[in-house]
Design a protein around this ligand. Structure first.
Ligand code: 1PR
Length: 528
């Protein structure tokens, strides 16, 4: 029996699913007594440090937690569950942590995308039972803006490199805590979790050539989901956002099945977009929730859900906030939510006043679940102009002249699946959303979507240069070479594709084989 410390601030569903998939039962902590009587305690911290400590105090969990940890009983802290063990955090100055390990939690200070999102390796510093059966070259899923800095070197179990070397796991006796998410790290993560649960295992030290690690470029499979004319939820795919073929919605398969297939084929992440979210009442959109619930039971990589994340009032006059909608999806197993149309409204309002309202979907969800949980999906369309002065938007000179020979273009944001253009460009939009608290940009391109012509490198480079958060390149992948191109000619952090994966034209394995040795990826041997 595993006891799970869920203080109610985020997605703990995936940890429960991962442990249950290993044949164990999980019970949540509902009182301080549950902590003291736990056989093995797992603490998957989610959200922000200050909020977490406040809730732990409110629920009177601090004293029993300290007592449990002082007694050297089996404990696994994950992410914020690691950071909680330290004295202080730069995320919440003045708020004391549990103080189990002397040291502090610091914000990354690097000239790289923050949050540090994705699959990175471990430089292993001492033997542990959690490494049984692992080669030491596996990558694990990280998503954080802060990292721990222990005062005592003896606590360090593993380090990871991101701009500099930071501590990514600690161990003292039966107390183990990781910055990465084993529950989101595919088969390597499940193995590590299983090793934690099996307290009888001997400590092992994998043989490693060096401590150096590299963050992998992510390959993301995207499933655009909507109801077809028969009323079934299907994965569909458009050509430049038109998903109808001879009048009918294209049906490329069942969402849960396809997600499972991509997980097995090595996708680093899976994104579901409810492409008609602007029409429906999302809270009543149970099928999407069910898709997430079912998928997260078998798929142990990060899941993003987009479509319909916004404030709305339903037919009965009941109003919901975007935060409530997002909470519903996080509870169902989503790790991140993606905001499309609503983000355009929010950015426009922000640009008009120069201030956030504090109540927008981006701000509220980011505050509660952390910036890393908020993706902004941008649906831009290229607009050609004859000169940079022709419009009041950032304009770039393009290698691909327009129909009348125009050498300049800007990227107009659209809403409602490209149905409506707005007077805001993709670069300004991305920057505004970052300022408001978004943690990642999913950068689509209507002109390239479904064309197999390759990613729009000019768009991706322009947006990437404008923001400090990770950018996912999307739309247009037609062959494995396009992924190499986007990773070598732009600084994109991840690349997403749909059509070529759905139609089995280019399997994920082929993409990774093509990238192997040229770009750091997950799944190759060696640390990449
Ligand atoms: O506006 O918050 O409700 O979110 C709706 C979401 O649905 C947005 O993220 C928007 O991008 C998406 N969406 C809306 N309509 C469509 C459509 O296709 N008619 N799909 C749509 C967007 C684009 C990508 C696609 C890539 C890769 N799909 O997700 O998967 O372009 O495709 P490819 O590799 O086949 O080229 P809201």
């Amino acid at each position: 029996m595993i006891t799970l410390l869920d203080y109610g601030a985020g997605n703990v569903r995936s940890v429960i699913n991962a442990i249950e998939s290993l044949g164990e039962r999980v019970t949540p902590v509902t009182s301080a007594e549950d902590i003291l009587s736990a056989e093995k305690l797992v603490f998957p911290g989610v959200g922000a440090f200050g909020n977490m400590m406040r809730i732990l105090h409110e629920k009177q969990y601090v004293a029993p937690l300290k007592a449990y940890l002082a007694a050297d009983r089996p404990f696994l802290g994950i992410c914020l569950g690691l950071q909680a063990l330290f004295d202080t955090s730069e995320e919440a100055p003045g708020v004391p942590g549990l103080g189990i390990f002397p040291g502090s939690v610091k914000r990354f200070s690097v000239d790289l995308s923050i949050p540090h999102i994705g699959w990175n390796g471990l430089g292993i510093h001492k033997p542990s039972r959690i490494f049984n059966g692992l080669s030491g070259d596996e990558k694990f899923y990280f998503v954080h803006s802060y990292h721990v800095a222990p005062d005592e070197a003896s606590a360090v179990l593993a380090t990871t490199d991101y701009g500099y070397r930071f501590v990514s796991a600690v161990q003292r006796g039966s107390l183990i805590a990781t910055q990465f998410h084993p529950e989101k790290s595919g088969s390597a993560g499940l193995k590590l979790l299983k090793n934690f649960l099996d307290t009888g295992l001997e400590p092992v030290l994998p043989v490693q050539g060096s401590l150096e690690t590299r963050l992998a470029k992510r390959i993301i499979a995207c499933l655009d989901v909507r109801t077809n004319d028969q009323g079934d939820l299907v994965v569909t795919k458009g050509d430049q956002y038109d998903v109808r073929e001879r009048g009918a919605v294209r049906n490329l398969g069942k969402p849960v099945e396809l997600a499972g297939r991509y997980y097995r084929e090595g996708a680093d992440e899976i994104t579901f977009l409810n492409i008609t979210g602007f029409r429906d009442f999302p809270l009543k959109d149970l099928p999407m929730r069910q898709i997430l619930q079912e998928t997260s039971r078998h798929v142990f990589v990060p899941l993003t859900i987009g479509g319909g994340i916004r404030d709305f009032t339903d037919r009965d006059g009941r109003s919901y906030t975007a935060l409530e909608v997002a909470a519903e999806y996080f509870r169902a197993g989503a790790d991140k939510i993606s905001i499309g149309s609503e983000a355009v409204d929010i950015a426009e309002a922000y640009l008009e006043t120069g201030n956030g309202t504090g109540t927008s979907a981006i701000e509220t969800i980011s505050q509660v679940y952390g910036a890393q949980a908020v993706v902004i999906s941008i649906d831009p369309r290229r607009v050609y102009v004859s000169s940079p002065e022709a419009v009041d938007h950032p304009v770039l000179e393009t290698e691909f002249p327009g129909p009348a020979g125009e050498r300049f273009c800007w990227y107009q944001c659209t809403v409602k699946g490209g149905r409506e253009g707005r007077n805001i460009d993709a670069v300004t939009m991305a920057r505004a959303c970052e300022t408001l608290g978004a943690g990642e940009i999913l950068l689509n391109c209507i002109d390239r979507d479904g064309t197999n012509q390759g990613f729009d490198l000019e768009l991706i480079a322009a947006v990437k240069a404008a923001v400090g958060i990770p950018v996912i390149a999307s739309s247009g992948a037609g062959c494995a070479g396009h992924f190499l191109e986007v990773f070598t000619r732009t600084q994109a952090d991840a690349a997403l594709a749909a059509g070529i994966f759905h139609r089995r034209e280019v399997p994920i394995g082929e993409v990774k084989a093509h990238l192997s040795g040229k770009v750091a990826i997950r799944g190759e041997t060696g640390k990449g």
